[in-house]
Design a protein around this ligand. Sequence first.
Ligand code: TIU
Length: 235
Amino acid sequence: MPQVTASPYDFELDQEKAALLIIDMQRDFVEPGGFGESLGNDVALLRPTIAPLRALLAVARASGLFVIHTREGHKSDLSDLHETKRVRGRAPLMIGDEGPMGRILVIGEPGQDIIPELYPVAGEAVIDKPGKGAFYNTELADIVAARGLTQLIVTGVTTEVCVHTTVREANDRGIDCLVLSDCTGSYFPEFHETALRMVAAQGGIFGWVSDSASVIATLTAPAAPAFRKDMGATP
Ligand code: TIU
């Protein structure tokens, strides 16, 4: 089994049972005028995650690794939005309010969509999630079960909020999580560092921490189709 250099020890990657999970790389978190900025954050702090994620995504696609994107968001009638979440933060623009990129964090609005740099392609799963964790009230557990996934390569934003919540949920569901330091990001650099340390501490209490270069170095291209003797040509 190929080994990915990781902390607290190398991660045995089983490409057949692994997926790349890209959490909430949405305009609402990464671009000005969205939910992230309305909470008082500097969205520029998340942008360094984009280039390494883009490179990793290209290699994942070429190697046939299954890709899952999530988008935090709510139905247009907000029936899946707890009042506690709606009012949290006392932000000038709350979830469901009209902003420069459409209604904040509402499914189908421009701001709720994935950023163009990482836009999903056909065959990739796109999961809308009403909570911080990607398993809460979503089809992710069904996808994981149907595909027999036991490993998630976890990326996206923000490290200590949706990434951490999802890693904890996955860990309790028997899934090994490999969290990539350069493909995750936070509005608070110190929270990012601490959140990653929390994953790998105590012998990997929630999972492993690695980076995109280590995963790219380990991912292999899908096996070439076997040469068919009956086709008559030489390979
Ligand atoms: N505010 C913040 O750091 N994060 C979120 O609200 N959602 C995600 O992390 N995706």
